[in-house]
Design a protein around this ligand. Structure first.
Ligand code: ATP
Ligand code: MG
Length: 215
């Protein structure tokens, strides 16, 4: 989206991205979780945040209701509003990443085009993480009772029931939460972060915890 006003200028920082990465021991990035309701996005986001923080990473999670209470309080669940919600979250996540942090986003984000738009705008930061479990499994979990209410027609435009979910075509990581437990999924995610965002100790401040192979 182009700025609405032409009188918009860019300010150039004198602390560079590389400066921030060296100080932190890792680069900034967006770990964009996507998947059906109940697939395990929030569960794994919170576990990953804790594990990364414990290793010295600067990390923050953006998750559903917190964002809809503030940043997107004016938006509903129509396709247009979902798209705008995801656009805003993408821009906020990119600001965190520019500040040097790892930001985990845990939103269904059902539309492929919305996710690809964020990737296209912030290609150096964006990683798509598919938190995948079949609809039947997510529906059987029904942690929030939303599937039952959606089937009863009490919740409109519910992803997987009465609104589409467009699965990633080439995600950087896919975890199958119906086949692997939380610990195994978490290990897969930690390995990806160590491999792609961590600086070799010689270049950065150095982080706690085991350096993964290839990291
Ligand atoms: N390997 C796994 N990873 C994550 N969650 C799992 C796994 N196995 C079972 N679960 C369970 O699945 C449920 C996932 O719920 P969670 O709230 O994390 O889903 P969500 O994707 O954030 O859904 P929503 O989009 O509605 O917020 C939890 O009850 C969790 O304990
Ligand atoms: Mg959630």
């Amino acid at each position: 989206m182009a700025p609405a006003s032409k009188d918009v200028f860019t300010v150039h920082h004198r602390v560079t991205e590389a400066d921030r990465a060296r100080a932190n021991g890792h680069r900034g990035g967006i770990l964009w979780f996507t998947g059906l309701s109940g697939a395990g996005k929030s569960t794994l986001a919170i576990e990953l945040e804790k594990a990364l923080f414990g290793r010295g990473y600067r990390v923050y999670t953006l998750d559903g209701d917190n964002v809809r209470q503030g940043l997107s309080a004016d938006l509903g669940f129509s396709p247009e509003d979902r798209t705008e919600n995801i656009r805003r979250i993408g821009e906020v996540a990119a600001l965190f990443a520019e500040a040097g942090m790892i930001v985990i986003t845990a939103f269904i984000s059902p539309y492929r085009a919305d996710r690809e738009r964020i990737r296209a705008r912030h290609p150096g930061y964006f990683s798509e993480i598919f938190i995948n479990a079949p609809l039947e499994v997510c529906e059987a979990r029904d942690k929030k009772g939303l599937y039952r209410r959606a089937r009863a027609g009490e919740v409109k435009e519910f992803t997987g029931v009465s609104a589409p979910y467009e699965a990633p075509l080439a995600p950087e990581v896919e975890v199958r939460t119906d086949l692997s437990g939380v610990e195994a999924c978490l290990a897969q995610l930690l390995q990806y972060v160590d491999r792609t965002l961590r600086l070799p100790a010689a270049e950065g401040a150095g982080l706690r915890g085991p350096q993964q192979a290839g990291g």
